[in-house]
Design a protein around this ligand. Structure first.
Ligand code: ADP
Ligand code: ASP
Ligand code: MG
Length: 559
């Protein structure tokens, strides 16, 4: 017998009528011959109400008690949901995370699922019951109730679908699928018929709140077919899957994260181990960093910039000041008023001029780009928060996402692989006027790989980009031309090797970046450029260290 997991988000169970309507969907599924597990969120905005209550008692409530409080929201809704099914004449049993046996680590308010026992659930299903599981919560080894982070019921649902070997995980929500960008931000956004795990993982972790990014990691790892659809309208929705045969598009969606903060350590001695010293301490404090930009050193010094959610800024800043002193950096600067806009598409890797299109759109709107990082399937820019929405709209428009059929699918085979490729890095084109640079680069037909724009200082930023070794001469020529017209210069262009680790989840996992920096530092290998994304970490090292770095990283990640 086939098994389906259905998840209902807060708006889908906001009042008794909606709970009854959702209960009917579960019953209808069971009547088509399926076993049904339902995962429910707290009713409506109940989690926000609880957060607010806690804040009225204390500025800094303990994380453990916060979780005891927040987990009650889901306990209310599972009980009501089970009653609704029973009132309609069918069998249902509600279970909390602990009753199911969802084991998590002890990181309160952002715990990770470690294991799930299926015996109890399977027995109830075999007895003919619909099982109603509380989302967002688990139990740790000491009997505490950690929660999985805001939006975490998606992860409960997909994880249950994975361990129960479900045929489908249906996510019922207040939109009728995954859109090219948040439809609340841009009404012109279009629904996608399907999207690949990697694209969804990037979009979710870059700010598209429609799915909890951890849920997509589970879906990808265990091949769970996820269908996102409306609770209220009978519409086809969006399928999230690993689609093998398709035409990948340069852009599938635009994501927007409005509460970003940047920290820069200035003039850090450019030597192996500097990044490690910083990121190991951030990881130890449970702070997940997002964009990391370390530009090539000038005169033996480099700036290291990274972003964190605004909420983590005070703690991250305190730590950064301490590490800066230890390393002999000359200063630490920060900016708490930033937003991040990202464009994601698996076809980007092979398309020319993608970066140019994006930066031209932004410059036309007179939006200043503060920092840039790229991976094979996304470009992220940091902009002033006041420009965030306009930036998102400009980028969405530049890629024709409101008009084209933007569904994108791709071959996602070959994750967890470290590779090394011969590249050249063209560097130091200051000042950083990304639009002109990449328009020119695109016109010259150069296929740019990584792009990193450092945080500008004294009005000047460095832009570095890598190209395949065979385009070296052409790239230098183009770079010199652009630089000459702006009174900038092109630094020496070293042969480098790029190493990528895929499938790591840097944003959702504190400490991933450091797993990369530490082993390289231990071997005395200096890192020239770094760029990060949710599905990939890229580092560039001198070409002569390529092979060695590959070995070191294979060992570090057990590949
Ligand atoms: P639920 O309570 O059902 O989990 P959420 O509020 O967590 O619902 O997620 C649904 C919301 O996500 C939508 O109302 C929409 O505003 C927002 N959203 C952000 N980005 C996207 C996107 N790319 N596609 C669809 N919805 C998005
Ligand atoms: N109720 C939790 C929240 O609002 C979990 C969820 O809805 O997914 O974040
Ligand atoms: Mg949600």
């Amino acid at each position: 017998m086939a098994l389906v997991v259905q998840k209902f988000g807060g708006t889908s169970v906001a009042d008794p009528q909606k709970i009854l309507a959702a209960a009917k969907k579960a019953i209808a599924r069971q009547q088509t011959g399926h076993q049904v597990v339902v995962v429910v969120s707290a009713m409506g905005h109940q989690t926000d109400v609880l957060v607010d209550l806690a804040k009225q008692i204390s500025d800094r409530p303990s994380a453990r008690e916060m979780d005891v409080l927040l987990s009650t929201g889901e306990q209310v809704s599972v009980a009501l949901f089970a009653m609704a099914i029973q009132s309609l004449g069918h069998k249902a049993v509600s279970l909390t995370g602990a009753q199911i046996g969802i084991r998590t680590d002890s990181t309160h308010t952002k715990a990770r699922i470690k294991s799930i026992s299926t015996d109890h659930v399977k027995k109830l299903l075999d007895d003919g019951a619909i099982v109603i599981a509380a989302g967002f919560q688990g139990i740790d080894q000491n009997g505490n109730i950690p929660t999985l982070g805001r939006g975490g019921s998606d992860t409960t649902a997909v994880a249950l679908a994975a361990v129960l070997n479900a045929d489908l995980c249906e996510i019922y929500t207040d939109v009728d699928g995954i859109y090219t960008t948040d439809p609340r931000m841009l009404p012109k956004a279009r629904r996608l018929a399907s999207i690949s795990y990697d694209e969804m993982l990037e979009l979710a972790s870059l700010g598209a709140g429609v799915m909890h990014s951890r849920s997509i990691e589970f879906a990808k790892k265990f091949g769970v077919k996820v269908l996102v659809r409306s609770s209220f309208k009978d519409m086809p929705g969006t399928v999230i899957l690993a689609a093998e045969e398709s035409t990948p598009r340069p852009a599938s969606g635009v994501a927007f994260a409005k509460d970003e903060a940047r920290i820069t350590l200035e003039n850090v001695p450019d030597q192996p181990g500097s990044s490690h010293a910083l990121f190991s301490q951030l990881a130890a404090s449970g702070i997940a960093v997002d964009m990391i930009v370390q530009n090539v050193g000038q005169g033996g010094q480099a700036d290291i910039s990274f972003t964190v959610p605004v909420d983590d800024l005070p703690q991250a800043l305190e730590l950064s000041n301490r590490v800066a002193k230890q390393l002999g950096a000359t200063g630490v600067s920060h900016d708490a008023e930033l937003a991040k806009v990202s464009v994601v598409g698996v076809g980007m890797a092979t398309a020319e001029g993608v970066a140019g299109r994006m930066f031209t759109a932004l410059s036309r709107e007179k939006i200043n780009v503060r920092m840039i990082t790229t991976s094979e399937i996304k470009i992220s820019v940091l902009v002033d928060r006041k420009d965030g929405v306009a930036a998102g709209q400009a980028v969405h428009h530049a890629f024709g996402l409101e008009t084209e059929a933007a569904a994108s699918e791709a071959d996602l085979a070959g994750s967890h692989l470290v590779k090394s490729s011969p590249l050249d890095v063209v560097r130091r084109l200051d000042p950083g006027v990304a639009a002109d640079v990449f328009e020119e680069v695109g016109r010259a037909g150069l296929n740019v790989d990584m792009i990193v724009q450092s945080h500008p200082r004294n009005g000047r930023a460095e832009i570095s980009f890598t190209v395949p070794a065979e385009s070296r001469d052409k790239a230098i020529e183009v770079a010199r031309k652009i630089a000459a017209s702006r009174g900038a210069h092109v630094a020496d262009v070293p042969h480098v090797a790029k190493l990528s680790i895929t499938g790591v989840g840097i944003r959702s996992h504190a400490g991933v970046a450091d797993r990369l920096f530490k082993p390289l530092a231990d071997e005395g290998i200096n890192i020239d450029l770094v760029s990060t994304s949710e599905v990939r970490l890229n580092v560039v090292v001198a070409a002569e260290h390529g092979q060695k770095s590959l070995m070191v990283l294979r060992r570090a990640f057990g590949l």
